[in-house]
Design a protein around this ligand. Structure first.
Ligand code: PPS
Length: 291
């Protein structure tokens, strides 16, 4: 099999695929529009789930229409440059407004036009431990990312800080600090799992959209883990195994809060908690890693 695993390069201390760095000028000069909706996340925090919720809101719960294309084509991923597909920026430029867009960039690497035009941003954050476990499996199955090795190697060599899109800590704190200065709705994955109805209502309110009770129930049902895992437009199964090998791990893997407990040893947990406390104590930001 051709080795697709791309090299990583540092941009302002953040590791990014070299294919992204190659198109840096195009990315940095991307022109946001005031009526864009941007879904910003650290990888594995609930991007696809939120994309599907927002898409269904914008099309008033038309499930058939939501199946028009796989999620990664419906919602351009601005940071991505994966030939032979058009880059995320090219795909976004070709889209009529209102555009739904995706980025994994920490806020310091967001194209400046977003802060100037101030479109609505939904930032989804997920607790560090579950993100780390989900990312580990994703790096294993996604041949476009570095091979993570074994879980113990991933943990002990701190590959988690050297992952594409950089440190989880910098990401969640950076966006948290920006949330009151811009139109940013900061949502937690754990809240979405606990009470999806409440979180979808928050998103509707933020987007200033209204749907009937019937449409609301449709959105809720169609974006449940059970439905999304079997939906070829959301489970990435349309990609060949040379790109994402779902026999290694499914893209829609578990969708739970607390799976980290099946992976962290007692000593890994102690080490992680020490580092976590140091990095988070001044942030004013709290996460739940169990429900
Ligand atoms: S990516 O590759 O960064 O865009 O991945 P992302 O979509 O952010 O995150 C994938 C994880 O989200 C889980 N997921 C869901 N959980 C609950 N309900 C729904 N509807 C849902 N949709 C996606 C998905 O299973 C991945 O988490 P893990 O823990 O690996 O299962």
């Amino acid at each position: 099999m051709k080795n697709l695993r791309v090299k990583m390069e540092l941009v302002d201390g953040v590791l990014l695929p070299d294919t992204t760095v190659e198109m840096w000028d195009q990315f940095w000069n991307f022109q946001a529009r005031e009526d864009d909706i941007l879904i910003a996340t650290y990888p594995k925090a609930g991007t696809t789930w939120t994309q599907e919720i927002v898409d269904l809101i914008l099309i008033q719960g038309d499930v058939e229409k939501s199946m028009r294309a796989p999620c990664f084509l419906k919602v351009p991923f601005l940071d991505l440059n994966a030939k032979p597909l058009p880059s995320g920026v090219e795909a976004a430029n070709a889209m009529p407004s209102p555009r739904l867009l995706k980025t994994h960039m920490p806020i310091k690497l967001l194209p400046p036009s977003f802060l100037e035009k101030n479109p609505k941003v939904i930032y989804v954050a997920r607790n560090a431990k579950d993100c780390m476990v989900s990312y580990y499996y994703f790096q294993k199955m996604n041949k476009g990312l570095p091979d993570p090795g074994t879980w113990n190697e991933y943990f002990s060599t701190k590959k988690t800080e050297k992952v594409p899109w950089g440190s989880w800590f910098d990401h969640v704190i950076g966006w948290w600090n920006a949330k009151d200065k811009h139109r940013i709705l900061y949502v937690f994955f754990e809240d979405m799992v606990e009470e999806p109805k409440r979180e979808i209502k928050k998103i509707l309110q933020f987007l200033e959209k209204d749907v009937s009770e019937e449409v609301f129930e449709k959105i809720l049902h169609h974006t449940s883990f059970e439905i999304m895992k079997d939906n070829p437009m959301t489970n990435y199964s349309v990609l060949p195994p040379e790109v994402m090998d779902q026999s290694v791990s499914k893209f829609m893997r578990k969708g739970k809060v607390g799976d980290w407990k099946n992976h962290f040893s007692v000593s890994q947990n102690i080490l992680f908690n020490e580092e976590y406390k140091k990095k988070m104590e001044e942030s004013g930001l709290t996460f739940r890693d169990e429900l």
